[in-house]
Design a protein around this ligand. Sequence first.
Ligand SMILES: Cc1ncc(C[n+]2csc(CCO)c2C)c(N)n1
Length: 232
Amino acid sequence: MEQVVPYDEWRAGAADPSFSEWLRSLSEPEWSAVVSHPFAASITRGDVPDAAMRRYLIQDLQFVDSFTALLGAAVASADTFESRVPFGRFLGQTATSQELTYFDRALEALGATPGDLTSPRLEPVTEEFRALMDEARRGLDYPSILALLCVAEWSYLGWASRAAEPLPENFVHREWIELHEGPEFRAWVQFIRGELDRLGPRLGEEERLRVLDVFRRAVRLERRFFDMATES
Ligand SMILES: Cc1ncc(C[n+]2csc(CCO)c2C)c(N)n1
């Protein structure tokens, strides 16, 4: 990895000196490329062609599968009782109810087959993203798990909160935006960031760099995931 500004040095001059902000700002320019990605912008305008949206959501359902398993690893690896609970709650509420019915309804409306939902051919970026999450899940290292969850949720809040009212009428676009913004989702992202902000300062320099490496890899994969969706 190239020379990075150590967290302690960086925080002295930062407007927001939080550890999560250190991770995010050291992931530029990729971070901004994700939250302002043309495919995400197209979702917020409601003009993604059906075939592209179908391809994206088919791959994303496989992403969400590994992501859901990773939430279980967060429950298992968190260092306090207070920290386990929000992951468990999110797992039981959002991830399994809202999200699942959305995928079912949206993919049916887009003409996907049952096989597209259960056993699609994975794109390389989907494989790599799942491998990264599955590795973190097996490693049960709470800071690395947090880094992956944080990128996935915070970057989606980033593009979705750029959507202008009125939201698209088409439910496939509108609900996908609504799932990733609003006060509840914002509080969830804040919780994950808060966990990183609580733990980051306690880590040694090498551990911080390891967490940064995971964070950056995830940001690059988010970008490639949107690129993949754009290529269709
Ligand atoms: C590639 C990719 N990255 C992040 C998300 C965001 N995300 C994943 S699971 C989840 C919780 C339930 O909404 C959210 C917000 C995504 N869907 N796809």
